[in-house]
Design a protein around this ligand. Sequence first.
Ligand code: URP
Ligand code: ZN
Ligand code: ZN
Length: 463
Amino acid sequence: MIIRGGLLITAAGPVPADLQVAGAVIAAVTPPGAADPSPGEEVFSAAGRWILPGGVDVHTHFGMPLRPGVASLGWRESSEAALLGGTTTIIDFANPEPGESLAQAVDRWLAMAGGACLCDFGLHCTVSDTAPERLAEIPALVARGIPTFKGFLAYKGRLMLTESQMGLLMTRVKAAGGMLLVHAEDGEMNAAAEQVLLATGRTTPNWHPTAHPPESEQQAVARCLALALEHACPLTVVHLSLEDSLAALEAARQRRQDGGPDLPLIGEVCLHHLLADDGLYRSGHESALAALCSPPLRPPRHGRGLVQGLAAGRIDILSTDHCEFPLAVKAAAAAGGFPRVPNGCGGVGERITLSYSELVRKGRLGPGRWIEAVAAKPAEIMGLSGRKGRLQPGYDADIVCFDPQAEGLWQPLGSSDRAGNLYKDLPVTGQVTDVWLRGRRVVDRGRLCGDQPGGEFLPRLLS
Ligand code: URP
Ligand code: ZN
Ligand code: ZN
């Protein structure tokens, strides 16, 4: 197949070029019109459109079981939204239950994804138990292509690690050649704030951000960066929500430069922290519920600062933390007080189009940096170099055809929850029209194709 007449969006910016696809991979990138189709070869006209590498969202929670009877939107539905929104690769988090081994959790996640996930997928593994037998599993997971682990300083009594447990985990992840991803909020501080709120009858969802104060993230970010430098452990601080967190990351990078260990210190932001703000907590019960996630949405200046950080390359990755609980599920749980409400927002379907519409189109983010942040960098950092995230010969033919002029009002994709969508009816420019996964068409003029190749598990290797 030849995709002809489009503008390829590369790290250096838009370039007029044609793409030749052979089977599942990109065979060549040629000057416009240079390649002659052989007899029977399909030619797809992309005139007037942008050609992007398939999006890579390295932070999702598809079908995440939270407690009996409560799980986030499933693998099939979430991966449909991913493909329709131009994301062909995701990395999800396997979360062990108490007493469960890391390997068992990974097997459970592979069983949930298998046959249900329509896009390609990798796994990170959460570590919330630092018993010797759990930590001893880390090298085997790295060998299975799961080289990234998540530790929480948040969620006291559930997932939270103490500072010394986090340090121990870092030494083991580093020794195995892995990388640690940290949810940086101080679980003790959040729990104390929550207790005060509940004791004084402030139990409605609008109080959620008060139980997640900025100081909690500031302190936890500073602590995990200091620990990473101390233990020389490659680190990604996930879902940064404050300008101050970015400043702390920059300060740690400076310490690294001033004679510290040579290690990756990566910053990730998620769509909702860029495009939405804490005004939603003051806009009625349903808005507050829809926006209930951790870290919470912050005052608008933080989103602006994080966009500037992304545009300047000081933040590496734009993900979603896609963890969609229907509004009705959140509302039912809210009857028991805001701490019972499942945390999380959707976004995997929105990420490419809305970041284009709100950031690229409005001149806040260059197209080259945009495509690096939504595809190339996440793939490279998380161990998918050479296969995902770029339109280069030898890479998987994961290709998105994008209309940069289409105008409309945003509507949630596939079976994503409409009531709980943060962006419903937002005026939007840009539309994902056609998508290929490993050379097979999976979205045709904005609709899912009936015949889906199905997603593959991607073993990863950090470089
Ligand atoms: O609110 C969130 N972020 N839910 C998903 C779990 C996590 O902490 O990433
Ligand atoms: Zn998290
Ligand atoms: Zn998450």
